[in-house]
Design a protein around this ligand. Structure first.
Ligand SMILES: Nc1ncnc2c1ncn2[C@@H]1O[C@H](COP(=O)(O)OP(=O)(O)OP(=O)(O)O)[C@@H](O)[C@H]1O
Ligand SMILES: Nc1ncnc2c1ncn2[C@@H]1O[C@H](COP(=O)(O)OP(=O)(O)OP(=O)(O)O)[C@@H](O)[C@H]1O
Ligand SMILES: [Mg+2]
Ligand SMILES: [Mg+2]
Lengths: 255, 255
């Protein structure tokens, strides 16, 4: 049975895209068939995997807005054999307002994904930094959630708002939705702040916090400028190690 | 004449809030009367200045949604004599959808601010990481824009989308809107990436890039956990120096 995982946090700069791109790539390298769906109008996951966010004639925007366009028609192969992407373009910034008066506006993506779901073992959804309709579509479609959290103060503050939203979605739109894990990111070893926030995360969320912490590593920030996931850009780096160990942890949950 | 400046960038984690809070504080310390308006449902600027985002009974949300509630009624004094805040609470996350069908939905904030504008020399608007109705209200209300840009690759990619949106707002809603400056933030001295992105910013935007660059400084990330701007938390830090020099640059534009 395919696993569908939303990578979400309304806090900006939590490393949602960095996690979506590099976790997808690491899982694909472990011989699972993976689809990443870019739901952010900034189209960072699309750019980070080497595609253009402006030259594409159709994207996830067109699939969400046009009832007759199947998701299958926009899925593309990436540079990694088992990794496919449903790309975003900047048209997606219009989707939030355009979907507001659509019947079943939170369910559109789930309906479209159901047609291709059995072609994949994993589907990862990269979300924008908000709790609007694109994120709600992701939370209604996903079975699992991974929450990247920068080990900084503002990031910690936003968690209760996110948890409240997840609870509402679970009650009204998607009963089986579970939190697979909370992922500490951009961890700056040796700073009091990062250690304090990491401790707070473990105190509040206990076992839900992944064993893996993603350390700050400039290679992770360089890789997207080459359109490559870290595993291809610098396989010896801390970033590649950390996302590889995250992938192992996620795979160990396979039923 | 009061200056109204929107601090905006749809890219998450660009240091919009860090800039709004610390630039406001630095300008207030130079004897200008300053109002900061928190337009982000995460209410980070509110928290960063020591207020609660949950205990307040009225906030900018109530002012935007209730035509009878004047902005004056929610403005509070901060720990700095000349600095006042119109705080946010998490109710603000409902405003985007609630405003969609309001007549003149992009103009609501401008109307409310006009009643108190002459009480201040500077008004700074902290925006959420999106180009939705809250940010559009800020761009329609402001006369000037400051764009914080992290010196990373994804941050650079998002600039053309932001510039397009600003151009549309200028044409349709706010003819006088100008870009006061592009602010390089979270600059990691000695990394190729930060230098490369800084060079690209200067190549594309020339004189629009501030002389001041905000260096990465852990003290800037620690200060919000004490509810203090950097100038009070650690006045000797690089962060305090950088935001002080930014304030001088912004004040030098005074007519
Ligand atoms: N572990 C890390 N070490 C160093 N840089 C990182 C790390 N993780 C992410 N980054 C960089 O930090 C910035 C923010 O990360 P990213 O864009 O992935 O976050 P996001 O949550 O997707 O942001 P948004 O809210 O805009 O969608 C990016 O420039 C990215 O390259
Ligand atoms: N110069 C800096 N040095 C170190 N940390 C910084 C710096 N500027 C900002 N930060 C930290 O980086 C994180 C992102 O900054 P901030 O929250 O101000 O960005 P933002 O653009 O307001 O984010 P959002 O898109 O969520 O509104 C915060 O944890 C902040 O404390
Ligand atoms: Mg992202
Ligand atoms: Mg902010």
């Amino acid at each position: 049975k395919p696993r569908v995982i939303a990578i979400t946090n309304q806090k900006g700069g939590a490393a949602k895209t960095t996690t979506s791109v590099n976790l997808s790539a690491a899982i694909a390298m472990k011989n699972r068939r993976v689809l990443i769906i870019d739901l952010d109008p900034q189209a960072n996951a699309t750019i980070g995997l080497g595609l253009s966010a402006t030259d594409l004639d159709s994207s996830i925007y067109h699939v969400l807005i046009n009832p007759d366009l199947p998701l299958r028609d926009i899925i593309r192969q990436t540079m990694i054999e088992n990794l496919f992407i449903a790309p975003a373009t900047i048209h997606l910034s219009g989707a939030e307002v355009e979907l507001v008066n659509t019947i079943g506006r939170e369910i559109v993506l789930r309906e479209k994904l159901s047609q291709v779901l059995n072609d994949f073992d994993y589907v990862l959804l990269d979300c924008p930094p908000s709790l609007g309709l694109l994120t709600l579509n992701a939370l209604t479609t996903a079975k699992e959630i991974i929450i990247p959290v920068q080990t900084h103060f503002y990031a910690l503050e936003g968690m209760s708002q996110l948890m409240n939203t997840i609870e509402l979605v679970r009650r009204r739109l998607n009963h089986k939705l579970i939190i697979t894990g909370i992922l500490p990111t951009i961890y700056q070893a040796g700073t009091k702040l990062s250690d304090k926030v990491l401790q707070e995360l473990k105190k509040f969320f206990g076992k839900q916090v992944f064993d893996t912490t993603i350390r700050m590593n400039i290679k992770l920030a360089e890789a997207p400028s080459h359109g490559l996931p870290i595993i291809l850009y610098d396989p010896e780096s801390n970033g590649a190690d950390d996302y590889n160990s995250l992938a192992s942890e996620v795979l160990s949950d396979e039923i």
